[in-house]
Design a protein around this ligand. Structure first.
Ligand SMILES: Cc1cc2nc3c(=O)[nH]c(=O)nc-3n(C[C@H](O)[C@H](O)[C@H](O)COP(=O)(O)OP(=O)(O)OC[C@H]3O[C@@H](n4cnc5c(N)ncnc54)[C@H](O)[C@@H]3O)c2cc1C
Ligand SMILES: NC(=O)c1ccc[n+]([C@@H]2O[C@H](COP(=O)([O-])OP(=O)(O)OC[C@H]3O[C@@H](n4cnc5c(N)ncnc54)[C@H](O)[C@@H]3O)[C@@H](O)[C@H]2O)c1
Length: 505
């Protein structure tokens, strides 16, 4: 089979959200400098500025098997329930449930039916070469790619290689599970048919969102949770609210369940557990993720893995390994570094690393004494204590920053302030009988917001305001001047301020 070698400025391994964004920013930086300096920033004798390697679909897990299809599957149920909660509207909508065929059709539209030609077009339009194949490191600044036809390509990077290969499902070693066959996020988000019943293993975000979606399709869902709560990394009232919502949707949620064996008997999945036997047409394993680092050739550049097998990096996303000491060249972005397993955080890391790569390629120091500053152009500082997330359950959960427990663990002196979200005018206008909850975690010494969590219908879009408060370290005293529009749900921020009080003059 053919073998050839080419040289590029930057080689990106994995074209998911993180890989796409680092390529985009690094490329944009190159073009800007070309124009303003009237000389090519990336030397012109290279075939192209950047090279992207993708073994499956450009756009990654997010576009085809995760964020986009899962939210498409959830949206119709959320819209229907929203209408059912408003007198005058509820009479106008069918109460028998969503139209599953329509939901799947809309999901297919959102994922282009699993065809990535739109995203490939974007890459090519941006001047980025794409190679479909499995890539691995083959020494410093060297990447080998194996195509499906068996041909190989060796790429040499002049400046940098980025690993952005994401994660794969973490499957627990439950006896019989492999033989029985199971769904992961891939089947759950791309299915063409909805089973009559579904067992869901796990109590995290995927389990809660998929239980919400499938319950709205009329599928009988049972969630088997190993721990004592749902969404355990969030404030406890988040998991409690979601658990209550799932129950209202008819989902059977069981806690402290140890699943000891899974079999398929006459087409049905049978799970033996510490809480008895459970049966369903299918089983979805939603027990977390592990980094896609297998066969990446990391030993060829002596990169060791951190806790959970993630690739350890510094705040400029540079891999923490001796190979980077003499000349920084190897980066790891997105899920694969384990800093924050979210698309928007992977994209953010891509933007920051793209700037750092471009600056280093130009021979620029990233900051005083060569060290990039926190919250600067080259660092992904938000990964540490300012990560926002929206969980699209019913009620929704929106959070950013530290929970009270995390803040205390970090030794912060905090004050927690809570408010019943249903008492805000905007909420009770939004839905009859609106129930929700909001919390701020406030740094008592610095009088800034460390974290916020909201639970309730349509709270998702509120979270960005809280993200700005946390990232901007806005003084609580100044927030009294951030006047919320009436009658919007944003008034919750005023209610939380009132809960904190203004103190004595
Ligand atoms: C069901 C589900 C729903 C989710 N919903 C949300 C959500 O609503 N919001 C949110 O922010 N996050 C969500 N996430 C998380 C989100 O999907 C990930 O954080 C995001 O996809 C990570 O992006 P990435 O670029 O790091 O990796 P990925 O999207 O996993 O992309 C990695 C790419 O690398 C490729 N690759 C891997 N190894 C190689 C190799 N050796 N050679 C070549 N290519 C390779 C893969 O094929 C893949 O395309 C969800 C996750 C799941 C499972
Ligand atoms: N809307 C969103 O932002 C969104 C949606 C989906 C996923 N995601 C991200 O994707 C990542 C993966 O989500 P996830 O839900 O797969 O993982 P997770 O880590 O959030 O949850 C995994 C769950 O599985 C349980 N578990 C682990 N091992 C188990 C076992 N052997 N038996 C039973 N239960 C077991 C854990 O206790 C936990 O409840 C998360 O980091 C999440 O933030 C985000």
């Amino acid at each position: 089979m053919a073998t050839k070698t080419e040289m590029f400025d930057l080689v990106v391994l994995g074209a998911g959200p993180a890989g796409e964004n680092v390529a985009d920013v690094a490329h944009a930086r190159g073009l800007t400098l070309f124009a303003s300096d009237a000389r090519p920033y990336f030397p012109t004798h290279y075939a192209s500025d950047l090279y992207s390697i993708e073994r499956h679909l450009v756009g990654g897990e997010c576009s085809y098997y995760a964020c986009i299809p899962s939210k498409a599957l959830l949206r119709a149920g959320a819209a229907l329930r929203a209408a059912q909660r408003v007198d005058g509207a509820k009479q106008a909508v069918a109460v028998s449930g969503v139209d599953v065929v329509g939901v799947l059709r809309r999901r297919d539209y959102m994922t282009s039916g699993g065809d990535d030609k739109g995203q490939v077009g974007w890459l090519k339009g941006a001047g980025i070469e794409l190679f479909r194949g499995v890539g691995k490191l083959a020494g410093p600044k060297k990447v080998e790619v194996l195509a499906q036809d068996g041909s190989t390509l060796t790429l040499e990077a002049k400046h940098a290689v980025c690993i952005s290969t994401g994660t794969v499902p973490l499957i627990p070693p439950i006896p019989g599970l492999e033989q029985a066959g199971y769904w992961t996020n891939r089947e759950a988000t791309s299915t063409g048919t909805v089973p009559k019943s579904l067992l869901i293993l796990g109590g995290g975000v995927v389990a809660c969102e998929m239980a919400t979606a499938y319950a709205s399709f009329g599928c009988r869902c049972t969630v088997l949770v190993r721990g004592m709560g749902l969404l355990e990394r969030m404030e406890p009232f988040a998991g409690e609210g979601v658990g209550k919502g799932l129950k209202e949707l008819g989902v059977d949620v069981r806690f402290a369940v140890d699943t000891t064996r899974v079999d398929r008997v006459e087409g049905e999945v049978v799970a033996q557990t510490s809480k008895g036997e459970f049966r369903a047409e299918e089983i979805l394993v939603a027990t977390g993720r592990k980094p896609a680092t297998a066969d990446l050739g990391l030993p060829s550049v002596s990169v060791g893995l951190g806790p959970g097998g993630y690739i350890p990096v510094d705040d400029t996303l540079l891999v923490s390994a001796p190979t980077n000491e003499a000349e920084p060249w190897l980066y790891a972005l997105g899920d694969v570094n384990g800093r924050a397993l979210l698309t928007h955080m992977g994209k953010y890391q891509g933007r920051q690393a793209g700037e750092a790569i471009a600056a280093r390629a130009r021979g620029r120091a990233l900051g005083p004494l060569g060290k990039a500053e926190a919250w600067g152009r080259y660092t992904a500082t938000a990964d540490e204590g300012a990560v926002p997330q929206i969980v699209y359950t019913d009620p929704e959960v929106a959070s950013v920053g530290l929970t009270a427990a995390e803040a205390e663990k970090r030794g912060r002196k905090i004050r927690v302030v809570d408010y019943a979200l249903g008492s805000v005018a905007g909420s009770y206008l939004l839905a009859d009988g609106y129930a929700g909850h909001a919390r701020w975690v406030v740094d008592r010494d610095r009088q800034v917001i460390l974290g916020a969590t909201l639970v309730g219908q349509d709270v998702g879009e509120l979270v960005h305001a809280a993200t700005v408060m946390v990232v901007g370290e806005v003084a609580v005293a100044r927030l009294w001047h951030a006047v919320p529009s009436f009658p919007g749900m944003g008034e919750v921020w005023l209610r939380l301020l009132e809960g904190l009080g203004r103190g004595d003059e």
